[in-house]
Design a protein around this ligand. Structure first.
Ligand SMILES: NC(=O)c1ccc[n+]([C@@H]2O[C@H](COP(=O)([O-])OP(=O)(O)OC[C@H]3O[C@@H](n4cnc5c(N)ncnc54)[C@H](O)[C@@H]3O)[C@@H](O)[C@H]2O)c1
Length: 92
């Protein structure tokens, strides 16, 4: 499955990316680097199944360009706490 992880360069998001890559998924991490760090992606950034996208999730370009191309997604809502939302079941 191709999964878009928002906040993927953050503490929780980067661990989620690593876990999903370990499960055999293709992972796209979207992050505006407001608090996240590219350093959090270092251990897997060269994996061919991983792609980093720098941008704000609120930018409508992401919803039209990337969301439709992902088959699964996770969402992290900073203000309201953790929220993981799968559009499709987690299976490679
Ligand atoms: N070593 C540790 O134990 C450790 C280290 C860091 C954090 N923490 C804890 O983890 C929790 C926080 O972790 P987290 O992963 O939620 O925070 P985080 O700030 O690391 O992750 C949020 C990510 O979302 C990104 N982001 C925010 N708004 C965005 C937007 N509009 N568009 C795109 N990207 C956006 C940020 O750049 C960041 O990468 C806290 O409880 C903190 O204390 C623990």
């Amino acid at each position: 499955m191709r999964i878009l992880v928002t906040g993927g360069a953050g503490f929780i998001g980067s661990h989620l990316c690593e876990e999903l890559l370990g499960c055999g998924h293709e992972v796209w991490a979207l992050d505006d680097l407001s608090t996240g760090r590219l350093e959090n992606l270092r251990t897997f950034e060269r994996q061919p199944r991983f792609r980093f996208l720098e941008g704000n999730v609120m930018d409508s370009r992401w919803s039209t360009a990337w969301w439709p191309r992902a088959t699964g997604s996770t969402t992290w809502r900073r203000r309201s706490g953790s929220s993981t939302c799968w559009r499709t079941p987690c299976a490679p």
